[in-house]
Write a protein that binds this ligand. Sequence first.
Ligand SMILES: Nc1ncnc2c1ncn2[C@@H]1O[C@H](COP(=O)(O)OP(=O)(O)OP(=O)(O)O)[C@@H](O)[C@H]1O
Ligand SMILES: [Mg+2]
Length: 408
Amino acid sequence: MDEKIYVLGSRDNVKEGILKIGRYYAIDGSLGSNVYLDALKPHVILICGKRGYGKSYTMATIIEEMAMLDDEIKRNIGIVIIDTLGIFWTMFFPNKKQEKELEKWRLQPKNFDITIFSSRENVEEYRKKGIDAKELLIKTSEIEQHHWTQLFGLSLKDYVMAVIGKAIQKMKGSYSINDLIKAIYDDSKADEKVKAVAENFLAIANSWNIFGKEGIGVKDIVKKGRISVIDLSPYGEEIKVVLLAIIAKKIFEERVKERKKYEEGLLTDSKIKEDVPITWLAIDEAHVFLPHEKNISKDVLIKQWMRQGRQPGVALILATQRPSSLDEEVLSHADIIISHRLTAQEDIDALNKVRPTYMHESIGDAVKRIGKERGVAVIIDDTSESMHVIKIRPRLSWHGGEEPSAKH
Ligand SMILES: Nc1ncnc2c1ncn2[C@@H]1O[C@H](COP(=O)(O)OP(=O)(O)OP(=O)(O)O)[C@@H](O)[C@H]1O
Ligand SMILES: [Mg+2]
């Protein structure tokens, strides 16, 4: 007999393109039937919870499931992980650490094929481990004036920004930071002191080794059926924010173009080759990129990915320790919220503000009830307007986010 399945995030209870993320969990700790999540449609999934209760782990479990979808579906999906702490490379190794736990679930350790983009030094280290790694280089021509202001804490009204802006406008085609510096020096009308400050800023940016005359394109990062990890751990927070803003904007624009091609194909009844598949962007430590304050990665993620993302086919998996420190709009866009244990009242309050209309019990009360077991979570599914308590299945690949212990 066919197992009766219930798929979170799906209106039609589809049986394909579904992720088996865990099992129902009873308060006495017993496990019930499987829990599935829809991966055919783009979603905004928010994972939250107190430190050490399983956010990064759950994110990786969802990604593992995506990587194990049938080829026919998988090839229409590309996964990009924004890894702020440099912990996701361990997906390349099987989870030998939790073999016993996996056995209980009748699962076996498994490694996943990934490509990592990071600093030159990290690339060397990853290659030594046998992992496919590429240097994360952005084309200087893709950095707009508002990126420079965020990077250097400047305003568009500052003289130094005016000088940099003028040089950018003069540039044609691809250029390097040194080309920009030269253009500033050739600007005979600008004040010498302001030029010196501009050069200093640009020299600092040059030393980060992330901007080149040429750089990686969206097609290198988002690949059909593949997992790309963008390891941002070597960079400071401002740089992380700018890198994600640029990458997310490029992906969104490519997907808008792909979608247009697809519609045209339908109209003319011709077969269209998609270059950039539906993209799932998984962002760990999401509060860095989506804070209450003004921030350029937030602009791209909220205005483009969340408000308009369904149509072009871009989806998000966000993880944060502090739902209360996220821009309010994020919580309202999340159609699936997975909350592990939370105890800080302001975080519970932030969750309580969402979906109060159809909830019999507040999310905060439910989250308090789930206790201290790691990997247990409350899921709020906006599609079915329901709440569930589940245990996320153990990871097949090695989890890298563990706290160091002073014992070893
Ligand atoms: N579903 C699960 N099954 C088994 N063990 C789990 C599960 N979820 C989490 N764990 C255990 O909990 C530990 C902490 O998980 P994780 O690193 O995901 O925490 P986190 O919430 O991301 O914490 P932080 O806020 O510090 O990033 C893992 O190393 C793992 O041992
Ligand atoms: Mg984590």
